[in-house]
Ligand binder design. Structure first.
Ligand code: ZN
Length: 408
């Protein structure tokens, strides 16, 4: 029997398919611009899986409202949280709150043997957002191709940003080659030229040309992935998205909360789940998707801060909301898979943001049909509460500021 078991284990381990993933951020492409251009590679990837509209910017007018600015969006993707948590409100990336782990740190902590890679037209993405976290440190992303924008000898800066287009070419070529030869388990590719053309020309022929260049760059990466899938026992997930839209008037600007600036898109080579069909996904949903794909988990205190929901697999709850009135908090949510109960937890502190832990109290439980509850919090006076709604397959959270300390 033992021999049989051993043989069985061997077969399992030999035939196990390696899971690999690549996510690409193409900078500053509003959903309508993407949809109005017939981009062959992006179209073919979407045809194999999913195209969906998505959003950035957090909840408009609420505590999680986030500027529609590049690095804000990247860090929302990486940490699965909005700016009120990750604390990167602009491109200066001065003081990210590393209490909220990036997908790269979760990979390093839980799957240390996995190879991670960053191919980027902007070096800060690796050095500040990912390796700036002291639990990561310089050199923790072993495979990388970046720093070209600092190399003015080989990429002399010109007024038309042609050098950025050349860097995007170099970066995407490096990514494709690395995928073919090293097959990193998790790769982040960042390409910038589409945003430069948007800033310079707005909605224009030049922006369209930049989109077709982007499509060709993604093609190299997609072909490398298809090569790996044919030649090796590997499953590849590719997710392509953008970090923000642009203003409706000229298409030159972004940063605000208009519909077009908040409106983005996600393309994936795998079909998304019921949650993604019923709700508009956010950029914060991508890290939970990768967590699901790699079958890793967050520690409970980290999970209680996650603002996103996986776009793959089963999910239980979404669309959390809560408000405070006269010593009570009214909590509501939506159900997706209705299996199992829902538990409501509350914490009157935010120690997590300081690298410590909060104490949560279970205040209520609900069955499949219940979509709201009222919590009496007169016994725990506070200026701010964190509410966690925990379902069988996922957990969502919402913060409440009481009237005295109301925060935008
Ligand atoms: Zn951007």
């Amino acid at each position: 029997m033992q021999h049989l078991l051993l043989a069985f284990t061997l077969i399992i381990s030999v035939s196990a398919t390696a899971q690999k993933a690549v996510f690409i951020i193409a900078d500053g492409i509003p959903a309508d611009v993407l949809e109005n251009n017939n981009l062959p590679t992006l179209k073919s990837i979407a045809a194999a899986g999913t195209y969906t509209r998505a959003f950035v910017g957090g909840e408009k007018g609420s505590y999680s409202e986030s500027p529609t600015i590049s690095a804000v969006g990247y860090n929302s993707l990486l940490t699965g949280t909005w700016v009120n948590k990750h604390n990167v409100p602009d491109n200066a990336i001065r003081t990210p709150n590393y209490s909220y782990p990036t997908i790269f740190r979760l990979m390093k902590e839980q799957l240390p043997a996995k190879k991670t890679a960053i191919f980027s037209t902007w070096t800060d993405n690796r050095t500040k957002l990912v390796e700036g976290d002291p639990t990561m440190g310089a050199g923790s992303i072993v495979i990388h191709a970046d720093g070209f924008e600092l190399d003015t000898l080989h990429f002399p800066h010109d007024k038309n940003s042609d050098y950025i287009s050349k860097i995007d070419d170099t970066v995407s070529t490096a990514a494709a080659l690395s995928i073919r030869t090293d097959a990193p388990d998790l790769s982040w590719v960042y390409l910038e030229y589409t945003d430069d053309m948007g800033h310079r020309y707005g909605d224009s022929r030049e922006q369209q040309d930049a989109l077709f260049k982007l499509d060709n760059q993604v093609k190299k990466i997609w072909e490398a992935i298809q090569y790996r899938q044919k030649k090796f026992r590997e499953e590849w997930l590719i997710i392509i998205t953008t970090d923000h839209g642009r203003d409706a008037k000229s298409g030159k600007h972004h940063g605000g909360q208009s519909d077009r600036e908040r409106s983005t898109w996600i393309i994936c080579n795998q079909p998304f789940n019921t949650y993604a069909e019923r709700f508009t996904p956010g950029i914060v949903d991508i890290t939970p998707t990768l967590i699901h794909y790699f079958n890793i988990s967050m520690h409970l205190p980290q999970l209680y801060e996650a603002d996103g929901i996986s776009l793959l697999g089963k999910t239980s709850v979404a669309a959390p909301h809560a408000f405070f009135y006269q010593g009570k908090i009214d909590v509501s949510w939506k159900r997706i898979d209705t299996t199992g109960k829902v538990f409501i937890y509350i914490s009157p502190t935010n120690e997590f943001a300081k690298g410590k832990e909060d104490v949560y109290t279970r205040k209520a439980e609900a069955t499949a049909k219940t979509l709201s509850c009222t919590l009496d919090v007169t016994d725990m006076p506070s200026g701010m509460y964190k509410i966690v709604i925990e379902g069988k397959y996922n957990t969502v959270n919402y913060w409440v500021y009481t009237e005295e300390q109301k925060k935008k």
